[in-house]
Design a protein around this ligand. Sequence first.
Ligand SMILES: NC(=O)C1=CN([C@@H]2O[C@H](COP(=O)(O)OP(=O)(O)OC[C@H]3O[C@@H](n4cnc5c(N)ncnc54)[C@H](OP(=O)(O)O)[C@@H]3O)[C@@H](O)[C@H]2O)C=CC1
Ligand SMILES: CC(=O)N[C@@H](CCC(=O)OP(=O)(O)O)C(=O)O
Length: 349
Amino acid sequence: MSGTIRAAIVGSTGYGGVELIRLLLQHPKVRITSVISSSAAGQLYTDGYPHLTEIITDRLDAVDPELVASKADVVFLATPHGVSAATAPKFLEAGLKVIDLSGDFRLQDGSVYEKYYKHAPADPSYVKKAVYGLAEVFGADVNGASFVANPGCYPTSAALGLVPLVQAGWIDLDSIIIDAKSGVSGAGRGMSLTTHFSEVNENFFAYKINKHQHTPEIEQTLSRVAGRPVTLTFTPHLVPMTRGILSTIYAKLENGRTEAEVHELYRQYYEGRRFVRVRPLGKFPATKEVAGSNYCDIGLSVDARTGRITILSAIDNLVKGAAGQAVQNLNLMMGWDEAEGLAFTPVYP
Ligand SMILES: NC(=O)C1=CN([C@@H]2O[C@H](COP(=O)(O)OP(=O)(O)OC[C@H]3O[C@@H](n4cnc5c(N)ncnc54)[C@H](OP(=O)(O)O)[C@@H]3O)[C@@H](O)[C@H]2O)C=CC1
Ligand SMILES: CC(=O)N[C@@H](CCC(=O)OP(=O)(O)O)C(=O)O
């Protein structure tokens, strides 16, 4: 399919929403026709985001699937968990393509969703319809799809760091540990005790230890790739920066594979996948080197003494971890070049 399409954004006043606007404003095949808010309909978008003065002149629309369907072809749901579960079916029934940035349609097992998200799961028939949009791994499923569950931020960084080794069967699948750090924008624009300035500034802490909702999402992806159940340890941390995720991943290598062999495996797996950059041996990514871009950068090292591999995977949580991957999925849904409108150079310094 080609041509241009009209896009609407629910949750446009949040961090995921405003990042979608930044990306879509310069996408050559997309026109933003509706920015939507459940709490500020009628207000100017720039009342909340003055940096877009003279760039976005729209007023916010209410959440109304029929109205949205009359103005747009695709709707992005940048809404909290629980909200998308209720609204995505309505937008789909109204004839829209839907890309959901929340976790509501990512997990196939409703009881697992309920355990980790503490919400009732979405209607299973819609969960079945949603395609999990980890573009570099399951991109073929996204081609031509109407409904995409966009992966979570940590799961994008962790899964892209592990999939080549899991697919090749070169690691002990019971030995995976993911130690990940995120900037504070990962928690959204809303106020909370754990994310306000004096809690985060000059501080560094782990949270949701052994109970984070992204644990089953990463396990689901790796189990699908491995063809057998995978369980792992995932520990997220909050760091006093705005954007970025760095996942440091450890696993036991099997059959004495060398660093050069593993590096070549990654190079081959990601060949032609333009948003994953595998660093040369001895070089490791940092969050600033991907900020503002849709890149996931990966570096690795094998410790011959312990037989363990250490993999570093860096993304911008708001781009490859949310809005950028959502646009990449839109491109695949529409049959466009997956990189259309996403050629952002990282912002440095
Ligand atoms: N921040 C990140 O790095 C990432 C976020 N995500 C996911 O993306 C989604 C959005 O996250 P983020 O932008 O950070 O969150 P924010 O809290 O910044 O924004 C969420 C927005 O949702 C809107 N909203 C709240 N309740 C409702 C409702 N009942 N109906 C419609 N809209 C509602 C709010 O706007 P209003 O009151 O104007 O309607 C709010 O601005 C979440 O599911 C999050 O988990 C995924 C990957 C990374
Ligand atoms: C720093 C921070 O708080 N990050 C969020 C990431 C949530 C997210 O954006 O992903 P989902 O869509 O799967 O919730 C968290 O740890 O819950």
